[in-house]
Design a protein around this ligand. Structure first.
Ligand SMILES: *Cc1c(COP(=O)(O)O)cnc(C)c1O
Length: 440
């Protein structure tokens, strides 16, 4: 975009000026509507999510054997929902209000296998591909015990196939580890933001890692180009994959089950707010979709992005979706939150979910690291900056936004009846020395 095009955009959408100036900002979308009205935008429904959930159940016996840390949960990859009362006190103090409601942490940071939200969608997509190949080859039936996939025969089949993906780190970890475990020949194209330890870990699992000096968009484009010339190579496209999206969406029914177990009620009097760190949008959008299906119109999803990478906010706010990137408006897409360092949002997710995501806010790296420390000191829970970014400050943003709460018929004196879930999306595998650097 040239200067006059940027000026035109700003005059039409004044909020873009705040993004250009890297100010922390929030926006609640007035076009948001109920699930029934917005469902056709998504083009997927509860049956699709059910099919994904069933597929994950079929794989449970395999996962239990392949990854012993999933044994405790019977091969289901799920994370704890933890009340965080100490952190809640800090957030109340920060908000200046008497109460904000009850705050929980959804610890995808501690998901088995790859320690981030990508253990949902990324792993699901690899499993879907493996199942398809094994069924086609006649080595598997839907009614089989899937631990069969550990057999030499199946591994030999997968070894003849290649998988490739572009990633800022965590998607590469999930897809790399899962694919290598099944026996695939897998290549991860890593952007410059990717942490060194993630590359080392992947190489230790036998994954080929190709490094780029540019950002995520370039890593994806290069990976896609390399895969296109190879008919036996399956390229996993994080920007547009409905399969990934559905893998993430299964989180909705899982959280609902945890709410039921813990006796947490969600209804008109007890609304639920969920804060999701957003990069390209697949994970955040997919989980958001699952939450809407599971809890209906009383769950309100808020996306969070770094001030240096407000890709989804820019795309949805201007209606340009993937036709605009943060670099177009002179924002550099450089942030310590490597999982969120995405300049151009997913066009699929932006269009599918725009009327189902209530709001967006941006947060500076400095504040992100401050909340990462607050979570460590108050609850002794360690997450990576992407995860802390998101979510931790969210309950303050919402509680202070009177107009938004009024639009939901939530009175300020009824804030105590609200439930907030901070979706901690990564960090369970960050090495101690690296975490020490974040905390310092
Ligand atoms: C990928 C990722 C996200 C965001 O997911 P998107 O699919 O990019 O929206 C958030 N946090 C962490 C730690 C991630 O790795």
């Amino acid at each position: 975009m040239n200067q006059s095009e940027i000026e035109q955009l700003v005059s039409r959408y004044p909020l873009v000026q705040q993004l250009i100036q890297l100010q922390e900002t929030c926006w609640f979308n007035p076009a948001v509507t109920d699930l029934k009205t917005a469902l056709p935008d998504v083009g997927l429904d509860a049956n699709d999510v059910k099919a994904a959930s069933d597929r994950l159940s079929r794989f449970a016996p395999y996962l239990m054997q392949a990854f012993p840390d999933t044994r405790a949960s019977q091969g289901i990859i799920e994370s704890p929902l933890t009340p965080v009362s100490q952190l809640q006190q800090r957030l109340i103090a920060e908000s200046g209000l008497a109460a904000i409601g009850t705050v929980y942490l959804k610890q995808d940071s501690h998901l088995p296998i790859s320690g981030s939200i990508k253990a949902r969608g990324g792993i699901y997509q690899v499993l879907t591909h493996a199942e398809k190949l094994a069924l086609q080859a006649g080595l598997l039936k839907l009614s089989d015990d899937y631990s069969k996939l550990l057999s030499e025969e199946c591994r030999a089949l997968f070894a003849r196939h290649r998988i490739a993906v572009g990633s800022t780190g965590n998607l590469g970890l999930s897809i790399g580890i899962m694919s290598a475990k099944l026996g695939f020949d897998v290549t991860v194209h890593m952007s410059a933001d990717a942490r060194e330890w993630k590359k080392r870990k992947l190489r230790a699992h036998g994954v080929t890692v190709v490094e780029y000096e540019q950002d995520y968009g370039v890593a994806v484009a290069q990976g896609r180009a390399a895969a296109e010339s190879d008919p036996d190579c399956f390229f996993i496209d994080d920007e547009n994959s409905k399969t990934l999206f559905l893998g993430y969406a299964v989180a909705g029914e899982r959280l609902k089950a945890q709410f039921d177990e813990q006796g947490i009620v969600v209804d008109a009097e007890h609304p639920l707010f969920v804060y999701l760190p957003c990069g390209v949008g697949g994970g955040s959008g997919g989980v958001g979709f699952g939450l809407k299906l599971a809890f209906g119109d009383h769950v309100h999803c808020i996306f969070v992005e770094p001030t240096h990478s407000p890709a989804m906010l820019l795309g949805v706010h201007t209606g340009l979706h993937d036709e605009i990137c943060v670099q177009d408006i002179g924002v550099d897409n450089k942030t310590a939150a490597d999982g969120l360092a995405v300049g151009r949002p997913s066009g699929f997710v932006g269009r599918a979910m725009q009327r189902l995501i209530d709001g967006y806010y941006t947060i500076s790296d400095e504040h992100m690291l401050r909340w990462l420390k607050a979570l460590d000191s108050s609850e002794h829970i360690r997450v990576e900056p992407s995860a802390a970014a998101a979510a931790v400050y969210g309950p303050v943003v919402v509680s202070q936004h009177k107009d938004y709460l009024r639009s939901l018929d939530v009175d300020m004196d009824r804030l105590a009846d609200c439930t907030h879930v901070i979706w901690a999306t990564g960090g369970g595998m960050v090495p101690a020395d690296e975490m020490g650097k974040y905390l310092a």
